[in-house]
Design a protein around this ligand. Structure first.
Ligand code: TRP
Length: 326
């Protein structure tokens, strides 16, 4: 029996931060290395152009994201890693799905509403249609498991709605997909620890390729104040990072200091800066070496696209037969 297929995607739309790393990349690598799945990972560039962007920067963002995947341990020998726009069946299948997806389903997607509010001068069709393209991404590979964050729940439910509609109308073909929720707790913004860490606030955001002095500076600026009688969300956030990147003795030491009320934030921040920089030292080095070879990155993506296309073409021919075009 062949292994079940996993599909996930990340948009090439800027630098990745520690939250993306813990929430997505490390999880992808673990799934890949479990040996239990055929993993298909995509840089979903077509999704990313539905949001305001600069064409001059996009290619660089694509190569940067490819380097992030590889430096984090996604192995193009074990997994299929490819650029969405190099496999035209994604948009083709999305069109077929468009013709069975009620507009009303798309209009109630909360991410669509949020994005429409954020870029009110550019409420384009792609923004509304985003979840249909996402359904096509997944179902094109007949994937049955999709590792994503909880923010994608509604989109995955819609994928199953589309699969069921297709099956009912054209005969059983697509299987239900299972979300694989990534359970990592949210990493919060260092400056505003009531908000999720986000690249749109660079000063409170630890990027994966931040140099050690930058990591230290950002951590030193982390806000740890708390309202009277309340736990400090900034402190919780630093302790969460320590739990992940710190040594066992450090974790025990600071947990104890927390209990006895002797915790020194300067000490915690310096420890964390050292640990995080050390943790990502190998990653940064690998990533830089990859970025120095853009032609190699392009080749890896090209080979990934060839592998992806083989599967995608098979599915799409069968879809065309089912819907009466072939
Ligand atoms: N919408 C996803 C996100 O922003 C990215 C994505 C696109 C995706 N296509 C996908 C994730 C297919 C999982 C499966 O995180």
């Amino acid at each position: 029996m062949s292994k079940p297929t996993i599909f996930s995607g990340i948009q090439p739309s800027g630098r990745l931060h520690i939250g993306n790393y813990l929430g997505a990349l490390t999880n992808f690598v673990a799934l890949q290395n479990s040996g239990q799945y055929q993993c298909v990972f995509s840089l979903v560039d077509y999704h990313s152009i539905s949001e305001d962007y600069s064409p001059q920067e996009k290619r660089e963002m694509i190569l940067d994201l490819a380097a992030n995947f590889l430096a984090a341990g996604v192995d193009s020998e074990k997994s299929i890693l490819f650029l969405q726009s190099q496999v035209p069946e994604h948009t083709e299948l999305a069109w077929v799905f468009n013709c069975i997806t009620p507009v009303s389903e798309l209009e109630r997607m909360t991410q669509y509403k949020d994005k429409a509010q954020k870029q009110s001068k550019n409420i384009n069709m792609g923004l509304l249609d985003y979840p249909v393209l996402m359904a096509a991404d997944i179902l094109l590979y007949r994937a049955t498991a999709v590792p994503v964050g909880l923010d994608q729940k509604q989109h995955l439910e819609l994928t199953n709605v589309i699969a069921r509609k297709f099956n009912r109308r054209f005969g059983n073909y697509f299987k239900e997909i299972q979300p694989l929720w990534t359970h990592f707790p949210k990493v919060m913004d260092l400056k505003r620890p009531d908000k999720k860490m986000s690249k749109s606030d660079p000063s409170g955001c630890l990027f994966l390729d931040d140099a050690p002095d930058v990591v230290l500076k950002k951590l030193k600026g982390a806000v740890t104040a708390s309202a009277a009688g309340k736990k400090s969300p900034g402190e919780e956030n630093l302790m969460l990072l320590l739990a992940h990147f710190g040594q066992a003795e450090e974790i025990a030491y600071f947990a104890d200091a927390q209990k006895t009320g002797t915790l020194k934030f300067s000490e915690l921040k310096e420890t964390l800066a050292r640990d995080i920089s050390a943790y990502f030292a190998g990653f940064r080095e690998k990533k830089q070496a990859l970025l120095n070879r853009p032609e190699y990155l392009a080749e890896v993506l090209g080979q990934g696209a060839q592998q992806a296309r083989k599967i995608a073409q098979t599915t799409f021919i069968e879809v065309k037969q089912k819907i009466g075009l072939l």
